[in-house]
Design a binder for this molecule. Structure first.
Ligand code: FEO
Ligand code: CA
Ligand code: CA
Length: 562
């Protein structure tokens, strides 16, 4: 910690000299702000280039295509249903992506993790909700089994040759993790009697560990097995799910809503109970100098909370304390059963506090937020950015980006300052911010998530924004701080999972739920990616081109000194 704090302070002290701090593991592992060795001070020529870069702003569009500004290009790497091996296929609704190269010296060959968040039964299991008043009553077990296969995650080897990324079919690393894969817990007390839980689903965003494993987060888990709810007298009852899987598989809701770590090499996975149970959007780690880790994670639901876990042992996601944010008073509040009498009154032990983290957070007085989603650490200032997508129940239609500044720039501080970095709305040209990624130069890339049912509708406040998009907020030059639209998604789709390749030249990006509003397979609302099947398919694309290379060049970066 001291090391990092000193580095931050020394950076601030000589900002004008162009020093840059970057957590070493982010550099090595290929986090959003990735890769290889270190950074050097920017040359005057490079600074000049960055400052004079003029970015076009794409006009909002409702066209059914993936549109890009001049200077960007894309190709599809893998799409739903593609065979990754002789026995497995790529799952549905790809979200978070994370690329880890086999060799730090070769950024063009490695393993791509992709989340498969949920399914659209119309496409996946030939089940049309629209045919029934009470759809969850009518699914068959065969349909549910197909859906269970199509969620979770994929590991695929990908390679770049001649500027194009391709999946290596049948590579020995290629595998699926599904809603039926047995997964151990990293905890000493069983969860509802089990230490091995069945499967994962609702995998939204994720993260990477300093020891180069993937993190995948279970978000809207209650859609599949429902939720256990407690009344004033602490008596539990089961709230049914919307999808009705619990009618066929009697797995307790408490087995889901966790952060899961996956070993890229063999696909083994573990659920990290210490990070709490809620609708985890993502999990963003920072490694302190003594190798303890800090994990930030948000609960993407109206009026839920922002959390951080601080480990007490090196490289542990088990030993440590989970905190929740009071953003009004700038305090991290410990979800610690032993030392918080109010938690002792309500819950029987620490395991129950973690399972019912939302209730525990509210008892401690945590601040309700407007759907905290992705979290990224600014590689230049060390500030933490959290997207708050929206909260229609509180008339926040367009969301905002929250900035957290930990006191003394220490990631294990228990006090901080919170402020709004940027508000959504017409003035800033974006609405409903979701995923974030910093590039190597410290430019901030952002995707939007206007819901498919509200997009492009005259009676909703989202009309001016049209299709969901990818934006960049440049750090330099005359456009510094502006929100610039650089890609527009196909109809009904959302861009998710932005992740830069280790050389900074490719942005991996998921196109999730194109054609989501389709009611009739013969007349889909989107046909992207325009393959021979004539139906929309979620897919992962590689965004490349001159513009990315100009904005995001290794070893030539300079901090925002304005
Ligand atoms: Fe799955 Fe919060 O987006
Ligand atoms: Ca998301
Ligand atoms: Ca979202």
């Amino acid at each position: 910690m001291e090391y990092n704090r000193r580095k931050f302070i020394s950076f601030i002290g000589k900002a004008g000299l162009g020093g840059v701090i970057m957590p070493q593991f982010l550099i090595n592992c290929g986090n959003t702000t990735t890769p290889t060795s270190g950074f050097s001070t920017i040359s005057k020529e490079r600074l000049h280039e960055l400052k004079k870069l003029v970015l076009e702003d794409l006009v909002p569009s409702d066209e059914d295509d993936l549109l890009l500004v001049n200077g960007l290009d894309y190709h599809t790497i893998i799409k739903w249903g593609d065979e990754i091996s002789d026995t497995d296929t790529f799952g549905f609704n790809n979200d978070f992506t994370c690329f880890i190269p086999f060799d730090d010296n070769n950024p063009k060959d490695g393993l791509l993790w992709v989340n498969h968040e949920y399914v659209n039964p119309l496409f996946v299991s030939d089940f049309n909700r629209g045919d029934y008043d009470n759809p969850s009553e009518h699914r068959t077990i065969a349909q549910v089994d197909k859906e269970m296969y199509n969620v979770g995650g994929s590991i695929v080897r990908i390679k770049e040759e001649n500027g194009r990324w391709k999946m290596v079919k049948n590579d020995s690393h290629n595998r699926r993790i599904t809603a039926k894969t047995p997964i151990q817990i990293n905890w000493d007390t069983p969860i509802k009697g089990k230490t091995t839980l069945i499967g994962t689903h609702s995998n939204c965003s994720g993260g990477i560990t300093p020891w180069k494993t993937f993190l995948t987060c279970e978000e809207n888990y209650d859609s599949f097995y429902g939720e256990t709810e407690y009344d004033e007298a602490n008596v539990p009852s089961h709230r049914p799910s919307s999808e009705g899987w619990e009618k066929f598989y009697n797995y307790p809701p408490e087995h889901y809503g966790w952060v899961i770590e996956v070993n890229p090499k063999d696909g083994t996975a573990q659920k990290h109970i210490a990070l709490g149970r809620f609708a985890h959007e993502c999990c963003t780690l920072y490694e302190l100098e003594d190798k303890r880790v800090v994990a930030y994670t948000g609960d993407d639901k109206n009026n839920e909370h922002l959390y951080k876990f601080i480990s007490s042992k090196p490289s542990s996601l088990k030993e440590g304390t989970l905190y929740v944010a009071d953003t009004i008073n700038g305090k991290w509040l410990a979800l610690d059963w032993e030392n918080q009498p109010i938690l002792k009154n309500r819950f029987k032990d620490q395991t129950e506090v973690l399972i019912r983290a939302r209730e525990a957070a509210k008892l401690l007085g945590a601040t309700e937020l407007n759907r905290p989603e992705d979290i990224e650490i600014d590689p230049i200032t060390g500030n933490i950015f959290v997207t708050l997508t929206n909260n229609i129940s509180k008339d926040d239609f367009h969301g905002s980006i929250l900035k957290i500044e930990e006191d003394n720039l220490a990631f294990d501080a228990l006090t901080f300052k919170a402020s709004t970095y940027k508000a959504g709305g017409e003035a800033n040209g974006f609405s409903c911010p979701d995923n974030l990624a910093f590039d190597l130069s410290g430019n901030l890339w952002m995707t939007s998530d206007i819901s498919g049912s509200s997009m492009n509708r005259e009676d909703k406040p989202y009309m001016p924004f049209k299709n969901n998009s990818l934006f960049v907020i440049p750090r330099y030059g005359k456009d510094s701080g502006k929100v610039i639209r650089v890609a527009s998604a196909p109809k009904d789709a959302e861009f998710t999972g932005p992740w830069f390749s280790p050389d900074g030249k490719t942005l991996f990006l998921s196109v999730q739920h194109p054609g989501e509003q389709t009611k009739d397979l013969n007349n889909p609302t989107s046909k992207w990616p325009f393959d021979e099947d004539n139906i929309p398919k979620p897919a992962v694309v590689a965004i490349t081109g001159d513009l990315i290379e100009k904005m995001n060049t290794l070893n030539q970066i300079e901090p925002n000194i304005n």
